[in-house]
Design a protein around this ligand. Structure first.
Ligand code: ADP
Ligand code: ADP
Length: 227
């Protein structure tokens, strides 16, 4: 079971005199697929990065399963994250890219192989494991980035605009792949996008943001179908 609570979360950057995120309140339920949606610069990424521990929280409390997480290091949060730019290592093979975080955490060699093979199988990457990122298509690179998160087998999955570097057609097919992946992995997921259609089609609940604040929280029907 996973519960995530964001309670009166604020983020002020060192160089700023304004808050990037203001009074953000959200209770994420176990296995929920939450989408943060809103225009560029409204604070989606910053909020996600605070959940991952990649940004400090200026004010407020982040709780995971009722434990206050504000000061817990990223590596000690049981969270997997997928970034917009994929952040793949160009000189490493697909296998090594997916294995990297596990090696860092000193997983046993045969366990690493088992996890990478499992993720590669789910993502259709089995025959590409020895290739370098430059020799893959955009969609395949995107899958490697997903694979790197899947191998962690973390109960919480965070995704920051994972599809925005793909062409329109691929974006549509990856949308349903990610939705299926969510079903299969049974994770609690928070997904950031500026694309309303992604929010509408993928989310259990949508969090609509605008200039650092939550405007609305609801199911896609509640948020988008009201007159
Ligand atoms: P979004 O993900 O919705 O595009 P961000 O969370 O990236 O928005 O940014 C929210 C606001 O915080 C923006 O005004 C952005 O310029 C600012 N911001 C983001 N990251 C930093 C940073 N590292 N330092 C200073 N300001 C930042
Ligand atoms: P994104 O699409 O993720 O919002 P950006 O180009 O806005 O990408 O940000 C790229 C990186 O720069 C991120 O790590 C973000 O936190 C940081 N950043 C964004 N806005 C600012 C800013 N105003 N000042 C300093 N760093 C920023």
């Amino acid at each position: 079971m996973v519960n995530i609570d964001l309670e009166h979360i604020y983020k002020e950057y060192d160089d700023g005199d304004d808050y990037a995120v203001m009074d953000f309140n959200l209770h994420v339920k176990d296995k929920e697929f939450i989408v943060f949606v809103g225009p560029s610069g409204c604070g989606k990424s910053t909020t996600l990065r605070m959940i991952a521990g990649l940004e400090d929280i200026t004010k407020g409390e982040l709780k995971i399963n009722d434990k206050i997480m504000n000061d817990v290091a990223p590596k000690d949060r049981d969270i997997a994250m997928v970034f917009q730019n994929y952040a793949l290592y160009p000189h490493m093979t697909v296998f090594d890219n997916m294995a990297f975080g596990l090696k860092l955490r000193k997983y046993a060699k045969d366990d690493i192989k088992k996890r990478v093979d499992y993720a590669a199988n789910i993502l259709g990457l089995t025959e590409f494991l020895e290739r370098k990122p430059a020799d893959l298509s955009g969609g395949q690179r995107q899958r490697v980035a997903l694979g790197r998160a899947i191998v962690r087998d973390a109960p919480i999955f965070l995704m920051d605009e994972p599809l925005s570097n793909l062409d329109a057609k691929l974006r549509v097919s990856m949308r349903s792949e990610i939705a299926k992946l969510h079903q299969r992995l049974n994770t609690t997921t928070i997904y950031v996008t500026h694309d309303q259609i992604e929010a509408m089609t993928m989310a259990d609940r949508v969090v609509v943001m605008s200039v650092g604040k939550i405007q609305q929280i609801g199911t896609p029907a509640e948020v988008y179908d009201n007159p």
